[in-house]
Design a protein around this ligand. Structure first.
Ligand code: PBG
Length: 328
């Protein structure tokens, strides 16, 4: 009798495999993170992120056009802020002519239909490298949320389609949503970093923006009082449901690969799109192993992004986006 059912029949060759394949990667899956710096004609490689760059606005324009031509239609902007403009409250973040605000306009001018999302958090602007204002050695929540709301408004005014708060303060989605509604930015969306873990995988990103927490007396050494404990799962559902109740249009799990259990659980629990951020450390690990000849870069990259989508990601924020799309 056994086996009438032979599962290998569906794996016989690529034609049948592609016919029954459940998860297909397309350019529409990706959100491309971009790092922006002041200057002209600047394209600096980030030391711990091989083949990933910071661009000045003129070269950002070129890069964005290239992404568009590859079919990549959404970007997530981050800025590297000069040290002399950093302070505890991230004052520079609200400058209507700041680097982020100019970057938004640059992308929209170069490519009007490119979806522009912006990182909303204090750390690139903070003299202490934290996502919140510090008072008496503590990260203060509500004061920070108010600044994030002002920052979001400033990005919306500059033309951002979505703001993406990555800070993990409590209640900030509601504060931001209310501010946007009050000023008439009813169509500006919010992609919330809702389950963002305190992760060592963010190291290369902090190199890219020079935004690591400073080593100073009375300044918290890490982000564990606001980003989540990586040992926790149920808390991720609570964080995410609260953000949706407060007005998030898209929710996010971050990092990616070590957290695919969380991604699937959230995907099953919510009815809004779920984004996953394959973060800088994940990128750096594969680049390093591939440089040594220990892993097949393209094969592992495809396996990783497919696994992220299979786990439940509707959107993948990834430094590999361009590499993947070129390979498709
Ligand atoms: C800042 C922010 C971080 C990342 C995105 N936004 C770093 C952090 O929280 O320290 C990490 C992204 C990456 O590692 O690729 N709020």
């Amino acid at each position: 009798m056994y086996p009438y059912r032979r599962n290998r029949r569906l794996r016989t060759n690529e034609s049948i495999r592609s016919l029954v394949r459940e998860t297909i990667i397309t350019p529409n899956d990706f959100l491309v993170p971009l790092f922006v710096v002041e200057g002209k004609n600047v394209k600096e490689e980030i030391a711990s992120m091989p083949n990933y760059f910071r661009y000045s606005l003129d070269l950002l324009e070129k890069e964005v056009k290239e992404l568009w031509n590859l079919g990549l239609k959404s970007v997530l902007l981050f800025v590297k802020v000069p040290d002399n403009l950093k302070d505890n409250k991230g004052t520079e973040a609200l400058n209507p002519n700041g680097l982020m605000q100019r970057a938004i306009k640059t992308v929209k001018n170069a490519c009007p239909d490119m979806l522009v999302m912006t990182d909303v958090a204090l750390d690139p602007y903070s003299s202490y490298g934290h996502d919140g204002i510090i008072q008496n050695g503590l990260i203060v929540n509500d004061e920070t949320a108010n600044i994030l709301a002002e920052m979001s408004l400033s990005h919306a005014k500059a033309g951002a389609d979505f703001v993406a708060p990555s800070d993990m303060m409590d209640g900030r989605i509601l504060t931001i949503r209310e501010a946007l509604e009050e000023e008439g930015y009813i169509n500006t969306g919010i992609m919330s970093y809702s389950a963002k873990y305190a992760s060592a995988f963010y190291g290369p990103f902090r190199d890219a923006l020079d935004s690591a927490p400073v080593d100073m007396k009375d300044i918290p050494k890490d982000k564990k009082t606001y980003q989540m404990d990586y040992a926790n799962r149920i808390e991720a559902i609570r964080e995410t449901e609260m953000d949706i109740d407060e007005g998030a249009d898209i929710v996010m799990v971050k990092p990616g690969l070590c957290y695919l259990d969380i991604v699937r659980e959230i995907k099953n629990a919510v009815d809004v799109p779920v984004a996953v951020y394959q973060v800088s450390g994940e990128y750096a690990m594969l680049k390093a192993a591939a440089e040594k000849g220990w892993l097949d870069h393209d094969a592992v990259m495809m396996e990783q992004v497919t696994a992220i989508k299979r786990a439940g990601a509707d959107i993948i924020a990834s430094y590999f986006a361009k590499d993947v799309v070129k390979l498709l």
